[in-house]
Write a protein that binds this ligand. Structure first.
Ligand code: ACO
Length: 377
């Protein structure tokens, strides 16, 4: 195949048209459903954001109530799914493995195959799957979803068994809206590739969970949190950063394939996070976070002067999710709870005007070999 457009990692290649979100990596602007992310994140409920992705407009009051009720009515997962999650928790599987197994099983006992039905079912089931797994891992019974609560409040309540505060719900909602969609990132691309074969939305989102899990994509916030705790204890950001870079390691929460400036989502999340630390009298931890960011960005500029490496979304994801009370081991799974909105909307968009995704590859293997029988090798 011709290699005129050879692009490892598909850098600089556009393979789909989308109306869902747009990233300007040079200016650091992110638009989701036509809104600057800053505006959507801080004003919308998750249901409004997801409706916006599906319908390309905000819902009226009545539409929002109906949409919210529809999603809330789909939170339940069956006994079979709970059994898978109980086993995953007992085996000590990480949350993203449990979510992948739960996502794959989520349509047991349902009539699947209608793309938007599957999309809504997946989005509604994800918080229940993650929270159920977490309760089992804590040796506790799952908390049944409450149909009267919104998506974010339900998730927090199913995790803790307690009514979440309004501030925690707003904080989580800000997070979910901030990361609901982000162009053709690796997991969204995965979902679109799967559905482009005319497979189904459940298969596509299950595959996307696998893509999100890796540390170069959604797996970074847990390690970011560990790093921040370590530095908060030692009080030595400079030493930590130098040690990592001198050892040739990457600093989690920094660098991005598209952004050459600070990820705009980092700004939204840091503003939302700060208040939790103030309210809890833990502003010193947040000061460590801010100081670490400054030290890391300066050190990365020195380390790689030819490549701007700035703060990405995962850095403040760790700070905000910890602030609202999401356990560290669920950070990436909570990312998936949000991104399921984007994944499923992309699947529907792909199916609307589908073309099988099938890129080429540059062959670098041997040619002209002649066969030798096994006994003569
Ligand atoms: N720390 C130290 N060095 C880095 C970092 C980092 N965080 N990020 C990139 N670099 C270096 C690379 O080692 C590479 O150096 P080299 O040319 O000497 O090999 C150079 O900068 C260019 O890096 P690439 O790998 O080409 O950058 P790419 O666009 O592929 O990577 C990525 C982007 C994966 C996010 C990268 O910056 C990284 O690994 N960051 C740390 C992990 C992380 O924070 N992941 C979350 C990403 S956000 C998200 O997906 C939601």
């Amino acid at each position: 195949m011709s290699d005129e457009t050879f692009s490892p990692g598909l850098d600089g290649v556009s393979v789909a048209e989308t109306r869902l979100s747009d990233i300007d990596g040079e200016s650091g602007d992110l638009v989701v459903g036509g809104f600057p992310v800053e505006e959507l994140a801080t004003n919308a409920t998750f249901e409004e954001s997801y409706f916006l992705l599906l319908r390309d407009r905000l819902p009226t009051d009545d539409e929002l109530a109906a949409f919210r009720a529809d999603l809330a009515g789909r939170h339940e997962i069956g006994d079979e799914v709970r059994a898978v999650l109980r086993r995953a928790a007992a085996d000590g599987k990480p949350a993203m493995d449990a979510l992948r197994m739960g996502a794959a099983a989520a349509t047991l006992g349902t009539d699947d195959g209608v793309p938007e039905e599957d999309a809504r079912r997946v989005v509604a089931a994800f918080p229940t799957i993650v929270a159920t797994y977490w309760r089992y891992r804590q040796g506790e019974d799952p908390v049944a979803p409450d149909e009267d609560l919104g998506h974010a409040a339900n998730y927090l309540r199913m995790l803790t068994g307690e009514e979440p505060s309004e501030a925690a719900v707003r904080g989580l909602e800000t997070y979910l809206n901030t990361v609901i969609d982000h162009g053709l990132n690796a997991s969204t691309f995965t979902a679109r590739v799967v559905v482009s074969t005319e497979s189904d939305v459940v298969s596509a989102t299950t595959a996307a969970v696998g893509a999100l899990k890796g540390p170069l994509h959604g797996g970074a916030p847990g390690p970011v949190f560990d790093m921040l705790c370590e530095v908060h204890e030692s009080g030595d950001s400079e030493g930590y950063v130098r040690g990592k870079l001198d050892a040739g390691e990457r600093l989690m929460g920094f660098g991005h394939r598209v952004y050459r400036v600070r990820d705009p989502r980092a700004g939204v999340l840091s503003t939302a996070a700060e208040r939790f630390y103030e309210e809890r009298g833990e502003s010193d931890f947040f000061e460590t976070v801010r100081e670490f960011e400054d030290v890391a960005v300066d050190a990365l500029a020195e380390h790689k002067p030819e490549r701007r490496l700035e703060t990405n979304v995962e850095f403040y994801t760790a700070a905000l999710l910890h602030g609202v009370g999401v356990p560290r081991d669920l950070f990436t799974a909570t990312f998936a709870v949000a991104r399921a909105g984007g994944w499923t909307a992309h699947c529907l968009e792909q199916l609307d005007d589908n073309r099988l995704v099938r890129p080429g590859s540059r062959y670098v293997g041997a040619t002209g070999r002649t066969w030798t029988a096994a006994e003569n090798r």
